[in-house]
Design a protein around this ligand. Structure first.
Ligand code: SF4
Ligand code: SF4
Length: 488
């Protein structure tokens, strides 16, 4: 097996003419955030004051129909561009100046359980409150994101909202692991002797994670103090980064490094999924990735007719009257409990079939196969979001026209793509995801079980196949065309 080439041998994106300098510049991120912040404010304005029809309001059409499709494509083709330009963290510098106490996020919550809970609650609210159909509620949700991000930045020294809470951020972290870019360092030797470690500490911080000191012979002038540069908000240390998990691609590490040693490199897409130690072997990380793939299936299941039959059955058999409880039970069963139990069962069965029960803790086995759920999970979300986008790709134009006080040219722009073609594209996304997942699982099985790789792979391959087939079955059913003019 050939050793993986270090990132420094790959193309340095920040050395590209024009683009690199702009992105690295002190205000590089701001230039991306300001247009998105303006867009968010317009969505909020239209959400509160515009027509309360989902298909005619910017607040619903933009995030629920168009934006999600683009964000997923960006993850696949470039990297975590949404987090990079995220408007919710626009006030981070201001918040950090107010944050003088230097308090860390509670130790017990420094894991992915809060993010899993936040994702679950968002999907629950999305279904029960019909967020996709309510411009005003969507506007409140956008404001809530701004407020939560700001408050957590003020209270805690790290970017707790991004790292531990934000649902879209968590989604982006997980699926940016297939992206063709990653932060790394040009020369690890420089990091070995680096005193200030500004890439993580920043050149000012109320409570540095590592020692902050003067930098003898730094290549760049670094201002220590309130005018300095922030370090990594999600506490990643550039020379040790092996994964895109938790990286918002904010490039603060690049700006903070006085030795010009941190950068953004092109890498082999999904490279980390094939690397044994790229991710921590933690239950929260492994289950987040597996659950997110199943949440994609459960989320799509919420749009097809059998979900109503299931709800009626639950009402009749259990006498449940609360919609929160009803939908909560379905989401909990399909998106949380089932994936956790199935992953544990597949892990244990693989150990039994390969006689490695004593060799590896179950946590390590599940962690080895968890990355295999990324390609298929992404395929499921792409099939879902792609459907919403392709069913009425042009409707954003008449919505903008009406927002600007012009008559909306609905007849001209509300055309839909051929449904058979959309179905084929969905199938293609699932198939590509499944093949990618099998390749990752196969590599993990070879690494863990060597000659016994086949029996070790079997339970995971069956689980992935079951998930792919279930997704294909759901997508073959008629779906609600939420947020499109066809549905309203
Ligand atoms: S990336 Fe820069 S700031 Fe971070 S340890 Fe290396 S040389 Fe120091
Ligand atoms: S490593 Fe940290 S500072 Fe660097 S781009 Fe990623 S999130 Fe930002």
């Amino acid at each position: 097996m050939t050793a993986t080439r270090p990132l420094s041998c790959h193309l340095d994106v920040l050395r590209l003419p024009l683009l690199g300098r702009r992105l690295r510049g002190r205000r590089g991120r701001l230039a991306l955030q300001l247009p998105l912040a303006l867009a968010a404010l317009l969505l909020v304005l239209d959400g509160f004051t515009g027509p309360q029809q989902a298909a005619r309001n910017l607040a619903t059409v933009t995030p629920w129909v168009h934006f999600r499709g683009f964000a997923v494509l960006a993850l696949l083709l470039a990297g975590n561009l949404f987090c990079m330009a995220c408007p919710f963290t626009l006030t981070r510098t201001l918040a950090k100046r107010l944050s003088l106490r230097g308090r860390r996020f509670p130790q017990r919550l420094r894991n992915k359980w809060p993010a899993i809970t936040a994702l679950f609650l968002l999907f629950l609210a999305y279904e029960v409150l019909d967020l996709w159909a309510s411009p005003a509620l969507t506007a409140w949700l956008i404001l809530a994101y701004f407020a939560a991000s700001f408050v957590l930045e003020v209270v805690f020294t790290e970017s707790a909202f991004c790292k531990y809470v934000c649902p879209p951020g968590t989604f982006n972290f997980v699926y940016s692991t297939v992206s063709p870019t990653q932060i790394g360092v040009k020369n690890p030797e420089v990091c070995r002797t680096c005193v200030g470690r500004e890439c993580i500490n920043g050149s000012y911080s109320p409570m540095p994670v590592m020692r902050v000191d003067a930098i003898p012979g730094g290549q760049r002038e670094v201002q220590h103090g309130p005018d300095g540069t922030l370090g990594c908000g999600t506490l990643l240390f550039a020379p040790q980064i092996s994964s895109n998990l938790d990286c918002t691609m904010c490039l603060d590490c690049v700006r903070a490094c006085p030795h010009d040693n941190a950068s953004l490199f092109v890498r082999q897409p999904a490279r980390e999924l094939f690397q044994p130690d790229a991710w921590p072997k933690r239950w929260d990380v492994s289950l987040l990735v597996i659950m997110l793939a199943f949440m994609g299936l459960t989320n799509a299941f919420g749009m097809v007719p059998p979900v109503y039959a299931l709800q009626h059955t639950l009402v009749d058999s259990l006498g449940i009257r609360s919609e929160w409880l009803l939908v909560g039970l379905i989401l909990l069963a399909g998106g949380v409990v089932a994936p956790a139990l199935l992953a544990l069962a597949a892990g244990r069965l693989g150990q039994v079939l390969t006689s490695t029960t004593r060799k590896y803790p179950l946590r390590h086995t599940v962690a080895a196969f968890a990355p295999a759920f990324v390609p298929l999970g992404l395929g499921i979300w792409m099939a879902h979001y792609g459907f919403h986008f392709l069913i009425a790709p042009g409707t954003i134009i008449p919505v903008i026209q009406e927002f600007l006080g012009q008559p909306g040219e609905w007849a001209r722009f509300s055309g839909t793509l051929d449904l058979t073609l959309i179905g084929l594209l969905q199938l293609l996304a699932l198939l590509a995801g499944f093949v990618g997942s099998l390749a990752v699982a196969n590599r993990a099985a070879l690494r863990l079980y060597r000659q016994a790789a086949m029996p070790g792979l079997l339970p995971w391959a069956l689980l992935l196949l079951g998930l792919a087939l279930a997704a294909a079955a759901v997508f073959s059913l008629p779906m609600e065309m939420r947020g499109s003019v066809l549905f309203d």
